[in-house]
Ligand binder design. Structure first.
Ligand code: 5GP
Ligand code: MN
Length: 341
């Protein structure tokens, strides 16, 4: 973290503050882990933090220390509004612009009078914070929360609760330390978190070995729908609303499915299209290897974004049109796809 940002943060935290910590819509392991980790840390410094998420988070995270105190905006609108009104400081974690929280909550944030601090590793950070700690090279926002503690000279406050939350965020955002974003420093931070009480084997079990039979069946459907385009080094998966309904889809069930498409030999670009009739959209997750930027692809075609190798977005056309359009634009990227590795 840069010196001037550290100095700004130290001033902001010089006296006990009422803090709201916000993660992005459809919070993932990194959003929840980083927000809870930061919350425990700020509490240990004598502040009064509350974590607010725009909507609910997946069941495979519902064991994280402190998760029972998370306020879900969708479920507790009045309580959330009150917390925002009283807040001296708002920390936004794991997202780069306020439209990533969406809906009414976005308007609340845009009109908030409290000062903002951003901690995030996504590309193109928006400028709304008095202190913006943004680093796109970071594996995860959870790793950044550790560096944030370090920059404040407070790693002695690293408790077991903080360690478990941050380790979970790093582990999930790096695909268990597989992605290119896992640097030597990421591993050093992970080691410190393990030393502070994050038990890697147990965290892995809690996150990855909790599949329901329905989810396994849904994965079978997804793999059956996998289409491989070898010439374009691309693989894609489609999921209709009916397929989701037939398998009692629950939030988070399709998380990670796209990685199976990316695991096909020779594939550098993987994408999953998930129909969401309720929101009248197709939710899209994109993954890549090497230099092929799915951040650019998601920005150009799906009003989304993310990182070079992991991004998301949506289409407001129906599923068929979305797929047909995808197939028609893909050949334009043939050279980039061929040269990605
Ligand atoms: P996922 O595919 O796991 O939902 O998301 C992959 C990455 O892309 C995450 O870092 C996530 O924050 C980002 N992302 C997902 N959906 C969107 C979106 O609609 N807009 C933007 N800007 N980023 C997204
Ligand atoms: Mn993240």
């Amino acid at each position: 973290m840069k010196k001037d940002i550290t100095e700004t943060v130290i001033k902001l935290l010089a006296s006990p503050q009422k803090v709201v910590i916000v993660g992005h819509k459809n919070p993932d392991g990194d959003a929840v882990g980083s927000c809870l980790g930061l919350s425990f840390f700020l509490k240990s410094l004598g502040h009064s933090p509350n974590v607010i998420m725009p909507n609910d988070f997946p069941d495979f995270l519902k064991w994280l220390p402190g998760c029972e105190d998370i306020v879900i905006y969708e479920k507790e609108v009045e309580k959330s509004k009150e917390l925002f009104e009283k807040a001296d400081l708002i920390f936004t974690l794991d997202f780069n612009s306020l439209d990533r929280v969406g809906g009414e909550l976005q308007t609340i944030l845009e009109n908030a009078t409290a000062k903002f601090v951003m901690i995030d590793h996504h590309q193109q950070p928006a400028e709304y914070a008095v202190a913006t700690y943004s680093d796109v090279k970071m594996s995860s926002t959870s790793e950044m929360v550790y560096h944030f503690m370090d920059a404040l000279g407070e790693t002695s406050k690293l408790s077991k609760e903080i360690a478990i939350n941050l380790y979970t965020g790093i582990m999930t955002d790096t695909g268990s330390f597989r992605f290119a974003s896992s640097s030597p420093t990421t591993h050093r931070v992970a080691a410190k978190l393990i030393e502070a009480g994050a038990e890697s084997a147990i965290i892995n079990q809690n996150v990855y070995d909790t599949n329901s039979p329905d989810r396994m069946k849904l994965l079978g459907v997804a793999l059956n729908n996998l289409v491989i385009l070898p010439e374009l080094h691309t693989a894609y998966i489609t999921m209709t609303q009916k397929e989701l309904d037939d398998n009692n889809f629950k939030k988070g069930d399709t998380e990670g499915f796209v990685n199976y498409a990316l695991s096909v030999k020779g594939v550098v670009f993987a994408i999953i299209f998930i129909e969401n009739k309720q929101e009248s959209i197709v939710k899209i997750s994109l993954r890549s290897k090497g230099d092929f930027s799915v951040n650019d692809f998601a920005r150009n075609h799906y009003s989304g974004g993310g990182h070079i190798n992991a991004a998301g977005g949506k289409s407001s056309q129906d599923l068929n049109k979305t797929i047909n359009e995808f197939i028609s634009i893909l050949p334009r990227y043939k050279n980039e796809l061929t040269d990605a590795l």
